[in-house]
Ligand binder design. Structure first.
Ligand SMILES: Cc1ncc(COP(=O)(O)O)c(C=O)c1O
Ligand SMILES: Nc1c(O)cccc1C(=O)C[C@H](N)C(=O)O
Length: 407
């Protein structure tokens, strides 16, 4: 595959026009949108307007006039179609970590008498830490570690809830959501999915799969900006009964009645806690405008095309790298991971040459493909830079051996 052929694929890409809506620095191929999505140009304007007009001029009246109070529900209703949820089932607030705690607590409350939580050993650590915290605070509960291969054998009548990430943050491996949810629910347990690496990366059908609860962040493929608030989904059939213990006033049935005791709000609002980080919703809402112009089926088709092309080019040109992601596109998300003992130095050398991926210990090189702004020529250029890093031995520079504190 030549660079010219990649350009032809880009010319036929139905999402191509969306790239111009993003602020992307020149000379950079950005393959870390699975960690922090790129900046939509309109997001900078929107946040600026919120600061100047809504905060500066509207002052406290903006809680009503500018709709600040309803942002968690409004943003949730706009994310709902991207994850196969109905209006009223999704709210946006807090972080994914905090939302894991809430849905685990809600799930445990729906399965009294069952004392076991199953958690994927390969799940992103914060999910595991929050499950430990919830089990300790609400328990005692026993946590049993599973993998995709051992899950079925671990399901028994003691299991209250199962928490899995649909797409593995390191390998990009993807669970079969429909089949796994059915398996878990057939055992009488509650199914909780973490969609951090799914939302905006591939079509998610929460209700079609009968999922109970889900959480996910908005700063990766949804491009909401650094630290933009996370979402939480609760299936409508659970909304009347589900309770979560972080009973803050924004989840109260009548926050401005200032009642002395907590009464949960109707619907998913009961999963809210305190005052929303209003300005952080500005970037997210601007980004969600772009999502209305994108067909998620096109997003998936392009994602498969980009990731498959990257695997092919890198395997041809960098035989030193071992593919870690599933080769079958059905079984992977929108990222590609390779293994190499010197992965850290290789990633740093590639970043210095304009190809921004990231490294996950102990030896994973990770590249995310956000179909709204990554092109096939970007993929070609990234593989070219990686090949150059090997051919020139650039990664051997001692400067690349020194680990940075973050990311
Ligand atoms: C699967 C998964 N869950 C959770 C998180 C993070 O959660 P939080 O936004 O609370 O830091 C990440 C990435 O940061 C993730 O990849
Ligand atoms: N959430 C992050 C953060 O607070 C700092 C640095 C990176 C992140 C990330 O999102 C990492 C990402 N979840 C991952 O899959 O590794």
């Amino acid at each position: 595959m030549s660079r010219e052929e990649c350009a032809e694929l880009d010319a036929a890409d139905p999402l191509a026009a969306l790239r111009a809506e993003f602020e992307l620095p020149g000379g950079v191929v950005y393959l870390a949108g699975n960690s922090l999505g790129a900046l939509p140009k309109a997001a900078a304007e929107r946040v600026g307007e919120m600061v100047r007009e809504e905060w500066g001029r509207g002052l406290v009246g903006s809680w009503n006039a500018a709709g600040w109070f309803d942002l968690p529900r409004a943003a949730g209703d706009r994310i709902a179609p991207l994850i196969g949820a109905a209006p009223g089932e999704v709210v946006v607030g807090d972080s994914t970590s905090v939302n894991v705690f809430k849905v685990v607590a809600a799930a445990l409350g729906l399965r009294p008498g069952r004392r076991v939580i199953l958690s994927d050993l390969d799940n992103f650590p914060t999910d595991r830490y929050m499950i430990e915290g919830a089990a300790g605070a609400l328990g005692p509960y026993e946590i049993r570690d599973v993998t995709a291969a051992t899950l079925a054998g671990a399901l028994d009548a003691d299991v209250a809830a199962v928490v899995l990430s649909e797409v593995d943050y390191r390998t990009g491996a993807r669970y079969d959501m429909a089949e796994t949810t059915r398996l878990v629910q057939d055992a009488g347990a509650i199914m909780i999915w973490d969609l951090c690496h799914s939302a905006g990366a591939l079509p998610v059908e929460l209700n079609a799969c009968g999922v109970d609860f889900a959480v996910g962040c908005t700063y990766k493929y949804l491009n909401g900006g650094p630290g933009s608030p996370a979402f939480v989904f609760a299936a409508s059939r659970h909304l009347a009964e589900a309770r979560q213990p972080l009973s803050g006033w924004h989840g109260h049935a009548a926050p401005f009645a200032f009642e002395p005791s907590y009464r949960p709000a109707e619907g998913a609002t009961r999963f809210l806690v305190g005052t929303p980080p209003v300005l952080s919703y500005g970037g997210l809402m601007a980004s969600l405008d772009l999502w209305e112009k994108a067909d998620i089926a096109d997003v998936r088709a392009k994602s498969v095309s980009l990731t498959s092309l990257f695997i092919r080019l890198v395997e041809e040109r960098c035989p030193e790298l071992e593919l870690v992601s599933p080769r079958d596109p059905e079984r992977r998300g929108s990222q590609v991971a390779f293994r190499h003992a010197e992965g850290y130095a290789i990633v740093r050398a590639a970043i210095d040459r304009g190809v921004v991926g990231d490294f996950r210990a102990p030896d994973i090189l990770r590249f995310g493909f956000a179909p709204l702004y990554v092109s096939h020529t970007d993929v070609w250029d990234a593989a070219d830079v990686l090949a150059d890093v090997f051919e020139t031995g650039a990664w051997r520079d001692p400067a690349y051996a020194r680990r940075l504190a973050v990311t």
